[in-house]
Design a protein around this ligand. Sequence first.
Ligand SMILES: [Zn+2]
Length: 117
Amino acid sequence: MGDRNKRVSVTMAEQVAAMLGHDRHCWQTGDGLTLEEILSRCGESAAAQSSTNRKRRRFLFSDGSVLTCSAESWDLGFAGCFCQQTAGHDEAPAADGHVCERLRQASCPAEARAPGA
Ligand SMILES: [Zn+2]
């Protein structure tokens, strides 16, 4: 996947992360663009979804990359659940009550990244 792409193989979620300086607690670019505004610019391709407890939101980009937001931070995420990549899959309820939906279903190994689509 993407091996033939000689240009930068950066996912859309990573591009958004780069615009925010890869600071998971930064919600605004140096130009004053908020995360919401960045995402609305890719609006047609970033589909927003809410987790079952509505404490987390994630944005699915057309290239299969995911950005997952909790109350306090954003991060690259997973297509199959609402976990954040830095924190990994939450087996025990996180501070916001989030539990990995995939682990709870126990249908996928924790390390497996869900396929993009
Ligand atoms: Zn998970």
